[in-house]
Write a protein that binds this ligand. Structure first.
Ligand SMILES: Cc1cc2nc3c(=O)[nH]c(=O)nc-3n(C[C@H](O)[C@H](O)[C@H](O)COP(=O)(O)OP(=O)(O)OC[C@H]3O[C@@H](n4cnc5c(N)ncnc54)[C@H](O)[C@@H]3O)c2cc1C
Length: 205
């Protein structure tokens, strides 16, 4: 069982569909087109309409939950306030389009780093030292957030299907993949974005 991403699935009017093996069953993501009504497609009744077009009909009676989400690519201007009393972590600090798998994966290091910086600040001898510890953590995770946003952006560009250049590149890659495996790899990895992580700036926090 593996994730399968269908670009412009013909059975659902050319919408992209992602199949993800999930919690012992399947998660099926339908990417709506401009002008689609999320209420209509995202209700249980709506899902029962389109799901049998991409899955065996029996699954329409096995829906356990339905949810909707939107693609956002935003990072807070700063991950701390001017007094260095607050550190933002996770989605309070950044929202990424999910396909690079960078949301939770960066929210956890945000939280670990915040906890370490707070510990350092609490043990600091002066208020300035404490502020420096918080500022350093905020700065490092801000750099990581911007890096992760850009990586998620590459994955998003791949899957959105709105960029004619990317669409053309995908078509060419699909036709040449049987003779140029590198292009098949690019197609396969595209929806998940680059594999690299953000730079590690400090070892202290
Ligand atoms: C479809 C999809 C797939 C994803 N896949 C991945 C993946 O493969 N890998 C990955 O790393 N990330 C993935 N993500 C992103 C990941 O789910 C999020 O980045 C992560 O859940 C964010 O965690 P968080 O704790 O920062 O925020 P949240 O999970 O939003 O938690 C915030 C919590 O605060 C609560 N809350 C809000 N307001 C208040 C209030 N006033 N008082 C008390 N509680 C409050 C909310 O109810 C919520 O429980 C995916 C996201 C989506 C939508």
């Amino acid at each position: 069982l593996e994730r399968v991403f269908h670009y412009q699935h013909p059975a659902v009017g050319g919408r992209n569909v992602l199949f993800v093996p999930f919690a012992g069953g399947w998660r099926i993501d339908l990417q709506l087109l401009d002008g689609d009504d999320p209420e209509q497609f995202g209700s249980i009744d709506g899902v029962k309409q389109w799901l049998p077009k991409v899955m065996p009909a029996k699954y329409a009676d096995r829906i356990t939950w339905v949810s909707t989400y939107r693609f956002f690519q935003v990072v807070a201007k700063s991950l701390t306030d001017r007094h260095h009393r607050v550190l933002l972590a996770g989605e309070a600090a950044h929202l990424f389009a999910p396909f690079g798998a960078r949301g939770m994966n960066s929210g956890v290091p945000d939280a670990i780093m915040a906890a370490k910086a707070i510990q350092t600040a609490l043990q600091a001898n002066t208020r300035e030292e404490a502020k420096t510890a918080i500022a350093a953590a905020a700065n490092e995770r801000l750099i990581a957030a911007r890096y992760n946003r850009d990586c998620a952006g590459i994955a998003l560009e791949h899957i959105q299907g709105t960029d004619p250049a990317i669409n053309m590149k995908r078509e060419v890659a699909a036709s040449l993949a049987p003779i140029l495996p590198r292009l098949g790899k690019w197609l396969d990895e595209g929806p998940y974005g680059p594999k690299s992580g953000p730079p590690q700036l400090s070892t202290k926090y």
